[in-house]
Design a protein around this ligand. Sequence first.
Ligand code: GDP
Ligand code: MN
Length: 380
Amino acid sequence: MKLHEYQSKKLFEKYDVPIPRGRISNNASEVKQIAEELGGRVVIKSQVLVGGRGKAGGIKLARDPAEAKQFATDILGMEIKGLPVRKILVDEAVGIDREIYLAIVNDRASRSPIVMASAAGGVDIEEVAHLSPEKIIKIAINPLIGLQDFQARDIAIGIDLPKEHWKNFIKILHGLYRVFWESDATLAEINPLVLSKDRRLLALDAKMIIDDNALFRHPDFMEMRDVDVEAPAEIEARKYGLSYIKLDGHIGCMVNGAGLAMATMDIIQQSGGLPANFLDIGGGAGAEKVAAALRIILSDPNVRVILINIFGGITRCDEVARGILAAFNEVEVKIPVVVRLVGTNAEEGRQLLAGSAIHTATSLVQAARSAVILAEGGSL
Ligand code: GDP
Ligand code: MN
């Protein structure tokens, strides 16, 4: 889950990472008033969960409150990369001397959080990473001991920071690491961290991504969730306790259990097909859940066939079969469906489905091959 800039900045503040003075608003007249309070010169910043807002016209420097109101009016009506702007952050304008990139991110290669930093911060860090990766320095942090002062100093040296700012910089980096760690974040990024004309270090921009699997520990973050950015199918899935991830293939999958869902995707691929999604319906498979899963799979126009793979353990296959039949009464399904049932009462389950248009299979390989044939327009 991504946090908005203003949400990340609020967190930063608690961890002693200095930010410009500012306030959030959704109303241009109020923006004018905020600009007056902040001394006139302000930056109007669209709050949308995509990068490159500056280049897309979503960040504007206003010279006075009247201009702030005008920019706010313009930006509040905008869409940036398909996302509507509903909120604006009004920050005091800061004179910039240098723009630094500073981030903590989980790094799979070193299996630890790493600090990434560059003297070439600002809006084009992706380009820097691509064209001159040597300008980005990385230091791995041992998660058991945390960030060490000497590491923070190494970073300060690496980005050529004048010595008078080291003490502050080290404090900021410790704050950034703590907010990353305590929030269960996968990314905490400041781009740019600026050295201002009046010799302050300030986080002008802030971005945090929280690990979705840790959200249960952070009810306060859950409330901050902005559903504008999420695919409607994924929001719907969460409502029913389903784990759904859309992919690019043509074979829709509905499976109980995450491991089985992955195995199903592998076998589809091995059989020459491509899965359209990952979908774990979890334990139990009542009609309501199956119907929700069907609707979600069918909302993807690429899907040409549905493969349902159920292992009956505590959940009995005949119950699941009844759930499937009830769901099919509720949701109109015009594409072929292959069901593989195995485990407790599998035979009873298959018999229940026998009268319907649903194809049944006993092995996963057989089910996957059938699905591939049907997806290619063939018949069984
Ligand atoms: P992003 O484009 O979504 O990354 O948005 P940022 O908040 O990083 O802003 C983009 C750029 O706008 C920054 O790199 C700065 O160059 C500029 N900018 C943002 N805030 C200020 C400010 O207070 N003063 C000045 N002079 N420039 C700013
Ligand atoms: Mn930025």
